[in-house]
Every structure is written in structure tokens, then in C-alpha cells.
Design a binder for this molecule. Structure first.
Ligand code: HEC
Length: 129
């Protein structure tokens, strides 16, 4: 009976340790996942605008600006990556800044911008995700 209790206690402690370790790992990545999910949201909004033919600069610029601002956190949220990661993040930031300051005002321009952004997301994910 005593050994059974010790066994159960051991299993419970093991489960608790595993749970808190998983939680700590999850928390550690919270910022970088937050950054990525913000980018995903604004990219989704831009794609929605493009699908519905609402391509004026007044509508696209706010999302591009948010993407540019959010891109500035890609590098700091993953400080221990290789220099190439930071170079890709920097290029992505410049791309978003350029698109935010010269926001597309017609659907073919928004098409081209979305293509460029999508390729940049994919390039980095292929190497680092
Ligand atoms: C410079 C590199 C880089 C760029 C550019 C980049 N990502 Fe990421 N992304 C990552 C890395 C690294 C991860 C994995 C993060 C993790 O799981 O800890 C990731 C993960 C994600 C995730 C999953 C987040 C989660 O909750 O697990 C989403 C969504 C995402 N990226 C969207 C995007 C979108 C959309 C773009 C372009 C608009 C983009 N990313 C551009 C590096 C990048």
C-alpha cells in the first residue's frame, strides 16, 4: 500500500513538472508568436481588401503601417538567431516601410505588394520556422 502511494505521488509530481516546463517554454515564445500573429492578422485584412476590390490607399495604408511597425519587433523578439535571420528581418522591415509610405491605391498594385510580402514571409519561414 505504501509503495503504491509513493508511486502515485511520483507520477503526480512528474506530471506537474512536465506541465510547468511546457508552460515556461510556451511563455518564453509568447512575444515572438504575438509578433507573428499580428503580422498574420494584417496580412489577412489586406488579402480581404484585395478580394473585395477595396484597394484604395486609405484602406490599405493603415494595415501596411501596422505591419511595418510590427516588423521592427521581429529581430529583438528572437535575439539569439544567426545574422542572416536579422538581415531577413531588416529587409522585411524595409519592404513594409516602403509599402506603407507608398501604399497601393489600385488592386493590381495591391496584388503585387501582397505577392512581395507573402514571398518574404515564406523565405524566412523556410529557413527558420
Ligand atoms: C525574419 C523571419 C520571419 C519573417 C519575415 C516572418 N516570420 Fe513568421 N515566423 C518566424 C519564425 C522564426 C516563426 C516560429 C516562431 C515560433 O514558433 O517560436 C514564425 C512563426 C509564424 C507564425 C506562427 C505563430 C504561432 O503562434 O506559433 C505565424 C502565423 C507567422 N509566422 C506569420 C508570418 C507572416 C504572416 C509573415 C509575413 C507577413 C511572417 N510570419 C514573416 C519568422 C519570420
Amino acid at each position: 500500500m505504501r509503495s503504491l502511494l509513493i508511486l502515485i505521488a511520483g507520477a503526480l509530481i512528474g506530471a506537474l513538472v512536465t506541465f510547468s516546463m511546457a508552460n515556461a517554454l510556451h511563455q518564453r515564445n509568447a512575444w515572438q508568436r504575438g509578433v507573428m500573429n499580428l503580422l498574420q492578422h494584417h496580412l489577412g485584412e489586406l488579402r480581404r481588401l484585395q478580394r473585395t476590390g477595396s484597394c484604395s490607399a486609405t484602406l490599405t495604408a493603415p494595415h501596411l503601417l501596422r505591419m511595418a511597425q510590427t516588423s521592427a519587433d521581429i529581430s529583438p523578439s528572437r535575439p539569439n538567431e544567426k545574422p542572416d535571420y536579422h538581415a531577413q528581418a531588416q529587409r522585411f522591415l524595409s519592404l513594409n516601410h516602403r509599402l506603407a509610405t507608398e501604399a497601393p491605391s489600385a488592386c493590381p498594385d495591391l496584388d503585387a505588394a501582397l505577392q512581395e510580402i507573402g514571398n518574404a514571409c515564406q523565405d524566412c519561414h523556410r529557413d527558420y520556422r
